[in-house]
Ligand binder design. Structure first.
Ligand code: HEC
Length: 467
């Protein structure tokens, strides 16, 4: 009864906020059409408050649902769908953001700057896409009159960051003990781990921002300072969090720098430039330069961030003994590839950068490869039946059509070991996670797999995995 009452009150408030948001939008649009800028400006503040209220209402709603489901059999299911929806939103905005960023870097690099370019222009570009012809022009500074409809690229960045941070909460803060923390790496309380996570993102931005402000004059000093900062954070996260959480945090750290660049520097600078142009003044070139510098580092962060976002599928990277070195090497290699692509779009061919970057990445593949087996304890032959028994005992609590685990209510990543065929067909993956990287059974060896059992699987694989 109580539950229904709370749910209905919430629904009632939620609907009112939605209606209010729509109404105020409608009024703003009307004033925009009338060209009443003063009214638009004041109403937009109210509109932003309504948006904020809307977000709060959604969060409250989710909170209420969570509290009611907590401890029931639907808790895991609810968290899974929350994870799914937010992740979906996150990659959609992420693709839009990075896609737009790649497109503008390409545009800048590919502009025709010499043939038939009017005086006020920096360049132009003809393009064909989706069955239509496009003609774009870039101004040297700003057009004489700022057009009424000017498109800003910012929400992609903001929503990517916001959804990413929500995901960090859903996946890592809620399961801090089992996913964020690895007691072998650093044994801390969940609350401390969450504090380190939040504080490090803020600190990362403050340090990066200072570097941009102080060292921008010398490209060499700037590059070295940023590199040291990035390397430090890659190393640091691997000292405090579990491997997979460390990698994601490194991505969150870079992503935070990228989004904060847009929010604190690039967009405010552009606003000042637009205002200057509206008042018939020359825009301050410093704003343009600062924005350029920030976009420049953002551009180099893109490929490393994308790697980190998929890294959780690849335990040979985050599960390595020197996972921080692997992370740094992949960051260097992928930023190198981006550097090559940038130069190529500008028509400069620095032939050596690409092969060196690829060599670095190949080096990582080599470095993370399992050592050739020196296993000598295989005194007796291990049969498949023994292996299947081990897997049944230690893994099917989670990896089954009907898991018995308290948290995992459906087979993680769809991996099931219910039949001998399934076990046999998935033997390479079992070897990878239970013998080489030893990060299964999940949750710090929840089902208590013994070292002997890992050794037996190792023997069986090395004896040719005979069924
Ligand atoms: C407590 C639950 C639990 C137990 C027990 C468990 N796993 Fe997992 N397993 C997971 C979760 C959660 C994931 C997904 C996250 C990840 O990849 O680390 C996973 C992922 C995997 C994957 C990666 C699948 C893929 O390709 O994406 C493999 C392989 C795997 N487990 C093997 C095993 C083996 C072998 C055992 C037994 C020795 C085992 N697991 C025991 C929870 C468990």
């Amino acid at each position: 009864m109580m539950a229904l009452l709370i749910l209905f009150s919430w629904l009632f408030i939620f609907v009112i906020i939605i209606l209010g948001t729509y109404k105020i939008r409608e009024i703003v649009e009307q004033f925009k059409l009338q060209g009443n800028e003063a009214k638009v400006a004041s109403l937009q503040i109210a509109q932003n408050w309504f948006y904020a209220l809307l977000v709060c209402a959604v969060l409250c709603g989710l909170g209420i649902v969570y509290i009611f489901l907590k401890g029931s059999i639907w808790e895991g299911h609810f968290m899974e769908w929350l994870n799914l929806v937010v992740r979906w939103i996150h990659i959609t905005f992420g693709i839009a953001w990075i896609g737009a960023s790649f497109y503008f870097v390409f545009l800048e690099n590919a502009l025709n700057r010499s043939e038939n370019v009017r005086d006020e222009l920096a360049g132009n570009l003809w393009a064909v896409h989706g069955g239509g012809f496009y003609y774009l022009e870039k101004y040297k500074l700003a057009p004489k009159k700022i057009p009424k409809h000017l498109h800003w690229f910012k929400y992609e960045a903001y929503f990517t960051w916001l959804s990413g941070f929500c995901l960090l909460i859903i996946v890592y803060y809620f399961n801090a003990r089992s996913i964020l923390i690895d007691p072998v790496v650093f044994d801390i309380l969940p609350m401390s781990a969450i504090m380190i996570s939040i504080f490090s993102l803020v600190l990362g931005w403050v340090l990066y921002d200072q570097i941009c402000k102080r060292f921008a004059k010398s490209k060499l000093v700037f590059t070295i300072a940023i590199t040291v900062l990035v390397f430090f954070f890659a190393w640091f996260y691997c000292q405090v969090f579990s491997g997979r959480a460390a990698y994601i945090h490194f991505g969150a750290f870079l992503g935070t720098l990228m989004a904060a660049n847009v929010f604190f520097v690039i967009i405010p600078g552009q606003k000042r430039m637009v205002n200057a142009a509206k008042n018939g003044e020359l825009p301050n070139p410093k704003d343009g330069e600062a924005a350029m510098l920030r976009s420049y580092t953002n551009n180099y962060f893109t490929l490393p961030v994308l790697f980190v976002m998929i890294s959780n599928h690849f335990p040979s990277t985050f599960g390595n003994e020197y996972e921080w070195a692997v992370l740094i090497a992949i960051t260097v290699g992928s930023a190198g590839i981006k550097h090559y692509l940038n130069l190529r779009e500008k028509g400069k061919l620095s032939v050596w950068i690409m092969p060196v970057s690829i060599m670095v990445l190949l080096g990582v593949t080599f470095f993370t490869a399992p050592a050739p087996s020196t296993f000598e304890n295989c005194t007796k032959e291990i049969s498949f039946i023994e292996v299947a028994d081990i897997i049944k005992n230690r893994c099917t609590a989670c990896h089954s059509k009907k898991p018995t685990d308290a948290v995992w209510k459906s087979a993680p990543n769809g991996i099931m070991y219910d039949t001998p065929e399934q076990i046999y067909n998935l033997r390479d993956k079992i070897y990878q996670r239970a013998v080489l990287s030893k990060n299964m059974p999940f949750n710090n060896n929840q089902t208590g797999m013994l070292l002997e059992e890992r050794d037996m699987i190792n023997c069986w694989m090395n004896q040719g995995a005979i069924k």
